[in-house]
Design a protein around this ligand. Structure first.
Ligand code: NDP
Length: 476
């Protein structure tokens, strides 16, 4: 019988480190991962995310076995609810098109489900599950009242007209509206979902329900959006890097930086780096890597990606000395060109598994000693191990990119009080939250005798907050 009144704050039932207990823990983690593979076939990204978290939790379970007694692991890897739906929409020729839609409401122990929507042809239920799982711990690290969720579709926005994007968003919301609400589930943007898409989604919600309420974040500034939300994920990843560097008595000023991606997160990472006197020299899109040794021209980048929405290659028209490196220029090479350019700091801001062990070795060889992840799970497990073995400052996505969701919560707070805060207030709060996340990760890592391992720190600190709330709520 489980004692639901366990005082988890004082739960220091250190399990003796006997071979039997060690074996029990090994079997437990192994069995849980095996059973996930049986119950959720072919969700490799989800296993990758789950394995990283479970491996990091071993030392916690040794000290606090009550988490195992409460079966928190079996409960936390299972989404509370998964919604899958058909999205039918008419293209510009009047032809019916069909896509898959998803929303995973993973864990609501700490607050309403919160997490973005991704529109990309590669999206499967496993992608959304991995992102939703990561979101639980990321949201917990912010210290704010946010549960974890994620959604999206295999819809490909590339090459679609504005009217097609609008009709697709309307069709998506026509199904989703019944599952979301300001205290229930509040989606935001992610890959393929920016200000334009959030606008169409919000308009359709309002049309169907007649309610003007904060059911999405990343909204336009004239209709409920927070100043600073668009910039928050990128700015936050840079603030996180600053915190990691400060702990090593270094600064970001004058550092040469590699950034991947050329979307929302990458652009505002580059903006903050330039503001702080660092020199971002790369960005990338699905076609290739742009390398401008003089430093990325931010206005030009924004014009190409935010206004014209074309390829990064167009950058070369205005800056002929830059290079656009495509797969054809990089034949037979393992890894990704962006990580093989010499620099001091790396900011992966595109997508999952975009930085492999080969890339990690190239970064280390070239002297990179700080990696701050703007994207979700951009580094493979082998790449992470290389960084940890080398002892560099490595900030995992669930900590380093939490500034976006934290500022989404600030948007929710502004919606609830019908206020709009100035940029200074939002940015000050963002800086404080990123410093606090770094401190939690570093202190937790030190508590478990691995002071430079922020992956361990982030996973244990995030997990503890969620697990303690789940225990308080009983078996539900
Ligand atoms: P965007 O859609 O704005 O930009 C994504 C960028 O990454 C684009 O330049 C895109 O290239 C590139 N990209 C996407 N998929 C691939 C791929 N398979 N191979 C190569 N390049 C690719 O998305 P965001 O900037 O919002 O998101 C980027 C990352 O940050 C994601 O991992 C997301 O989950 C994470 N994140 C985002 C947050 C946010 O607030 N937006 C919050 C926290 C994390 P192209 O233009 O050619 O498609």
């Amino acid at each position: 019988m489980v004692d639901n009144n366990t005082d988890h704050n004082n739960a220091d039932h250190n399990t003796p480190d006997t071979p039997d207990n060690h074996r029990h823990l090994e079997t437990y983690v192994h069995d849980t991962l095996t059973s996930l593979k049986h119950s959720s076939p072919a969700q490799t990204e989800f296993y990758q995310a789950a394995e990283e978290v479970l491996e990091c939790l071993r030392p916690l379970f040794k000290r606090c076995p009550h988490y195992l007694e409460h079966n928190i692991i079996e409960r936390i890897v299972e989404p509370e609810r998964q919604i899958m739906f058909r999205i039918c929409w008419a293209d510009d020729n009047g032809k019916a098109q069909v896509n898959k839609g998803y929303r995973v409401q993973f864990n609501s122990a700490l607050g309403p489900y919160k997490g973005g929507l991704r529109f990309h042809p590669s999206v499967t239920s496993g992608t959304i599950k991995f992102l939703g799982f990561e979101q639980i711990f990321k949201n917990a690290l912010t210290g704010l009242p946010l549960g974890g969720g994620k959604g999206g579709s295999n819809f490909d926005p590339k090459g679609k007209s504005d009217a097609e994007i609008m009709r697709f968003c309307q069709a998506y919301m026509t199904e989703l509206y019944r599952h979301i609400g300001p205290t229930q589930d509040v989606p935001a943007g992610d890959i393929g979902v920016g200000a334009r898409e959030v606008g169409y989604l919000y308009g359709q919600y309002k049309r169907i329900t007649g309610r003007y309420e904060g059911i999405l974040t990343g909204k336009g500034l004239e209709w409920g959006g927070s100043i600073g939300r668009k910039e928050a994920t990128g700015y936050g990843a840079v603030y996180f890097a600053q915190n990691m560097l400060k702990a090593r008595r270094e600064t970001i000023e004058g550092k040469t930086c590699l950034v991947s991606g050329a979307g929302n997160v990458a652009i505002y990472t580059i903006e903050k780096l330039l503001e702080l006197g660092a020199k971002p020299i790369t960005c990338s899109d699905s076609g290739g890597t742009l390398h401008d040794p003089e430093g990325i021209d931010l206005a030009l980048l924004k014009d190409i990606k935010e206004v014209k929405r074309t390829s990064l290659e167009d950058y070369l028209t205005a800056r002929p000395d830059a290079r656009y490196i495509t797969a054809a220029d990089y034949p037979g090479e393992e890894g990704h060109a962006v990580w093989h350019i010499k620099a001091d700091i790396a900011f992966p801001c595109a997508t999952q598994n975009e930085l492999t062990a080969v890339d990690a070795e190239a970064l280390l060889k070239n002297g990179v000693d700080c990696v701050s992840e703007g994207a979700n799970m951009p580094s493979t497990a082998d790449a992470i191990n290389r960084f940890l073995d080398a002892g560099i400052a490595y900030g995992p996505g669930k900590a380093a990119n939490a500034g976006g969701v934290a500022t989404s919560q600030l948007e929710m707070a502004q919606n609830n009080s019908m206020e709009q805060w100035p940029l200074e207030k939002v940015d000050d709060k963002l800086k404080a939250i990123m410093a606090d996340i770094h401190e939690q990760c570093a202190e937790t890592a030190a508590e478990f005798d691995e002071p430079t391992n922020l992956v361990l720190g982030a996973n244990i600190a995030g997990f503890r907050r969620v697990a303690d709330a789940m225990i308080d709520h009983g078996i539900v």
